[in-house]
Design a protein. Structure first.
Length: 358
């Protein structure tokens, strides 16, 4: 049995602005999608995905590489299998184009690390992107076709990005796919080379001494809903939208520079300003980016001496608190726990394959 895995992500700064070409800072984290793959006992493919309550699902491939699931799957079951289906089809069609035949296999997908059993909720670490990357890696391992990352560091990323965008109907910046493909900390922006390919992110040395807390807000949120709501502001009032995105982009760039230079004061100021800019974006778009729970989290952290912002689209999911020193971090942790919030133990992952530009 072969195995492949890919880490999740935390956006440190740059949400929303990254969609308009501004730089954002993302860290891969030690929550993994793990795919195990082995030869099938017969001429069918099988899928086991216990995290989404799908087990021993037999499926077949058409001549063009399309996945055909059993006709008795419900609409909800097909929805839960959407990202796997699109990713598997994309990878198989690519391999077929390379002249590689993939013999029937059994795949076991474990994305349990992205789900908290105690609170019965997803934690917002980018499970779909990690799933996409790990499925593609597993299929390449299974066929024996090397990804040749030393020749093309972006091959895995570009394949996963194309599959992920197909699954999302073109929506998203790809920042989560980059984190799952490369690992570490990355400065990422949506930009294309002269072959219309996404430019590779830049690796940033992880600031391991930066005091940080990852806080779960208590509920999950649909990134698609939030981004869609903000996009409507761009259509309704393009001038205001442009000004707000310029503010976010400028502050994100300042935050990335401060992080790179290990300027704790500059980084904390950028995080605080970014939180406030996200709040205004939410107010103008009518979307609850800084929801009551994120507002409460920010106030609790500020009173204890830190700064706070949501990580991701906002409304729910997770947020990040930063402090100047470890003593203040412990004080913030105590205040958050007293207020009934749960901090998630997380660390930066540096084990993923590929070497983005430095």
């Amino acid at each position: 049995m072969l195995q492949a895995r890919a880490p999740g992500k935390l956006i440190l700064i740059g949400e929303y602005a990254v969609l308009e070409g501004a730089p954002a800072l993302v860290a891969a984290v030690n929550r993994y999608s793990v795919v195990s793959i082995s030869p099938s006992e017969d001429e069918q493919f099988y899928l086991d995905a216990p995290t989404i309550r799908m087990n021993n699902i037999a499926f077949r491939l058409s001549g063009s590489g399309s996945v055909w699931f059993p006709g008795n799957l419900s609409g909800d079951q097909q929805k839960r299998l959407h990202f796997f289906k699109v990713t598997f089809e994309y990878a198989m069609q690519y391999l077929h184009g390379q002249g590689v035949r993939v013999s029937p296999a059994r795949l076991l997908i474990d994305t349990g690390a992205f789900f908290d059993e105690k609170i019965k909720a997803k934690l917002g670490f980018g499970s779909s992107a990690a799933l996409t990357v790990s499925v593609i890696k597993a299929l390449f391992n299974y066929t024996g076709l090397p990804l040749r990352e030393e020749e093309d560091p972006g091959r895995l990323f570009r394949l996963a990005l194309a599959a992920h965008r197909r699954a999302q109907n073109g929506m998203g910046s790809g920042i989560d796919v980059a984190a799952s493909s490369f690992g570490g900390v990355l400065s990422y922006r949506v930009a294309y080379d002269n072959r219309a390919r996404q430019i590779m992110p830049q690796a940033v040395p992880p600031w391991t001494e930066l005091p940080m807390l990852c806080v779960f807000s208590g509920g999950s949120e649909s990134t698609r809903r939030m981004v869609g709501g903000v996009s409507r502001l761009g259509k309704k009032n393009p001038g205001l939208y442009k000004r707000l995105m310029e503010i976010l982009g400028t502050v994100s760039g300042q935050g990335i520079a401060a992080y790179t230079q290990r300027d704790i004061g500059g980084f904390m100021e950028a995080v605080d300003r970014y939180h406030r800019a996200m709040e205004r974006l939410g107010m103008e778009s009518g979307m609850p980016i800084i929801s009551p729970v994120h507002r409460q989290l920010a106030e609790t952290v500020r009173k204890a001496g830190g700064v706070y912002k949501p990580s991701g689209a906002g409304s729910g999911d997770i947020g990040l608190a930063f402090t100047r020193d470890e003593a203040t971090r412990r004080q913030v942790l105590g205040r958050l726990e007293d207020a009934g919030f749960r901090c998630v133990d997380i660390a930066i992952d540096r084990s993923a394959g590929g070497k983005p530009e430095r």
